[in-house]
Design a protein around this ligand. Structure first.
Ligand SMILES: [Mg+2]
Length: 383
């Protein structure tokens, strides 16, 4: 069995309303890069990655077309470790993370989808099958909302069946943030989990002051309290403050996770298969975390991550991120009584309704046995 064709589609998906956190400013859309693999005997697999806004999406698509697709064509898709290493070392000099990890992720996810489909197994069971569900939370990108709007958003999460919520923080005034945290805690009651996300905005000293203040509201974790590159700073926030640290969405290699976890700088490693190097890398991060007795949470693309968290024994919460593609899915994620349920269809079970998402298509490229076809909605041409 050999991979015969790689199709790469880039979309700019608009958000239903502008969103804001402490560091990225106003977000109006995201780039979605979808990779489809087809083998010589007709087997298929699909994977995707995404970037914030329109930055980086076209670069990921170009790297996939120019460098990674030619590497995997002609290869056996079942050899995920071989292909992951081939892609990793081919991009190592310009990568070791960053855009290269996003591109590797999209292909690796497609390979695991294809493998599970060949085995006629749902991905969550194919990967280990620990449970069929994952506890989920509503992750608001809500820095700009008034307290009233924040509470309406929280009620919306509860109406969806979610039983845990996260809000954005990161202002200069810790007192102001405490008012917001207190309002949400008061609405949801004492029993539900409440998290906060700083998006790296604070210094170590600010984060430590906030960690102590948030303890009055039983905050389950403080996410990305400062830059993840400051491992010693994160270790201080984790060990000197009462609120556990979650971090990882800006780490794009298993080695970065190893450093953060092994140095005691994080309670909840927060992994994202769309930027860490796919499912191959995520499983390794989960195993490192397991050996350090740490539960793993996930960032974004909940429709895929539900199957990954359901597979492993040390799963923490699944983020239901505000960059949603529910409107373009044939089978949107099911959430009941606080839990998201992994698909029982073969593969990862995420099926895109190509017609519904077609209007957001920016470019479409196919690489097949060395021949490249580039098509856009505006001009179909053989490149
Ligand atoms: Mg976050």
């Amino acid at each position: 069995m050999k991979i015969q064709q790689v199709d790469i589609k880039l979309y700019h998906v608009p958000l239903k309303q502008p969103l804001q956190d402490a560091i990225h400013g106003v977000q109006r859309d995201f780039s979605l890069i979808v990779v489809s693999l087809t083998t010589d005997d007709g087997a298929t697999g699909m994977g995707y990655t995404y970037t914030v806004g329109q930055t980086g999406g076209s670069s990921v698509a170009a790297l996939l077309e120019d460098n990674l697709a030619p590497l995997v064509i002609g290869e056996d898709p079942r050899r995920t470790e071989h292909l992951w290493n081939k892609m990793w070392w081919a991009t190592h000099y310009i990568g070791r993370g960053g855009i290269a990890s996003f591109a590797i992720s999209a292909i690796d996810i497609a390979l695991w989808d294809l493998r599970a489909r060949l085995a006629r197994e749902p991905l969550w069971r194919y990967l280990g099958g620990y449970d069929s569900k994952a506890e989920a939370y509503g992750g608001g990108i809500d820095f700009h909302l008034s307290i009233d709007e924040l509470l309406r958003q929280t009620e919306g999460f509860l109406d969806e069946g979610l039983r845990a919520v996260k809000i954005k923080v990161g202002r200069e005034s810790i007192a102001e943030e405490c008012q917001r945290v207190a309002a949400v805690r008061s609405l949801i009651g004492d029993d539900k989990k409440l998290m906060v996300d700083v998006n790296m905005k604070w210094s170590v000293e600010q984060a430590l002051r906030a960690s102590r203040a948030f303890a009055d509201y039983n905050v389950y974790w403080i996410e990305e309290p400062t830059t993840p590159d400051d491992i010693e700073g994160n270790r201080r926030i984790e060990t000197e403050g009462p609120t556990p640290v979650a971090s990882g969405e800006n780490l794009h290699t298993i080695y970065e996770f190893k450093s953060l976890i092994a140095d005691g700088a994080v309670s909840f490693p927060d992994v994202d298969i769309s930027n860490v190097g796919g499912i191959t890398a995520m499983v390794k991060v989960a195993h490192i975390a397991e050996a350090f007795n740490r539960p793993v949470t996930t960032h974004g693309i909940q429709d895929l991550h539900v199957s990954c968290l359901a597979a492993i024994p040390n799963a923490s919460l699944l983020e239901i991120h505000a960059f949603r593609i529910d409107d373009f899915l044939v089978y949107p994620l099911q959430i009941v009584d606080g839990y998201a349920y992994a698909s029982d269809r073969i593969g990862h079970g995420v099926v895109i309704d190509w017609e519904k998402i077609e209007s957001h298509l920016v470019s479409r490229r196919s690489v097949s046995n060395g021949i490249r076809y580039e098509q856009t909605p505006f001009a179909d041409s053989l490149a």
